[in-house]
Design a protein around this ligand. Sequence first.
Ligand code: NAG
Length: 350
Amino acid sequence: MASYIANKPLITAALTLLAVLAIANCICSAVAARDLSSSGYGEEAMTARHEKWMAEHGRTYKDEAEKARRFQVFRANAALVDRSNAAAGGGKKYQLAINRFADMTHDEFMARYTGFKPVPATGKKMPGFKYENVTLSDDQQAVDWRRKGAVTDVKNQEQCGCCWAFSAVAAIEGMHQIKTGELASLSEQQLLDCSTNGNNNGCGGGTMEYAFQYVIGSNGGIATEAAYPYTATQGMCQNVQPSVAVSSYQQVPRDDEDALAAAVAGQPVSVAVDSSNFQFYRGGVMTADSCGTNLNHAVTAVGYGTAEDGTQYWLLKNQWGNTWGEEGYMRLQRGVGACGVAKDASYSIA
Ligand SMILES: *[C@@H]1O[C@H](CO)[C@@H](O)[C@H](O)[C@H]1NC(C)=O
């Protein structure tokens, strides 16, 4: 009885918190609301939530110790996602979700699912910017290369830090479709195995520019995905018939989002980003306040536009499967240097 009374203020506080969360829950979008519906951070509620998540994602652990450790990670991530989504009612433009990455720590996730390494300052640069005098026409105020058939289905790099290969391939796929009208899915695995030039290092990270250099120089082109399929581990470089050639590549002037828009209006563009807050992205426009400019991941800008509330965004194709984000894509705030999106952008030339 005594302990019950002593705990009463705590219980009241907890109930108030739950009530606040419940209210926040109603304000959020339908998707976020579904994720928040089981709010509660007690051991029992959270264990049930973890079990449910494990079942949904077919996750098993090798022993109880591992499960207990993963439970703690899951609990912390669930709290982070819920907190961010509750704040969304107060004006956040994006929502997070407790997705299939929910039992990975931030460091584990970044180590396995990203993999961008900038070109050293001494690296070879290609001169010129072919879009330098482009003025966007009225019908280029919004661009979506998916609608023009220049973007292949969302891929999945799995647990291999070769985002750089996926980003370069998506840029080449777009270049090729725009030139020929043919959309061909091309081989990341070839880059993973064979583009070890520069600082490219397989699943250990690399750069799109070195990938373009490899395709231009050493091989006469890049093979199709079907001819050289993805295995998510680096293997021996195979001699496979190339399918699409690249003659050169260029960089978009750094920190210039107008120049980036001119380039993206012309073709899909490889971009490096700081993906430090991307792990649980579910939808909406990711804003600049959520990340710095420490470039650690590579994706492909396949368009841009303006959201209903007037926020300008880049349309980014990621390669974490199509259950992440907006069916595999992210909209990232445009015009404010968000996540360093215009710091290291490049594209191939047919
Ligand atoms: C852009 O315009 C300037 C000035 O007319 C010209 O010197 C330059 O070659 C043009 N750039 C391209 C890529 O056409």
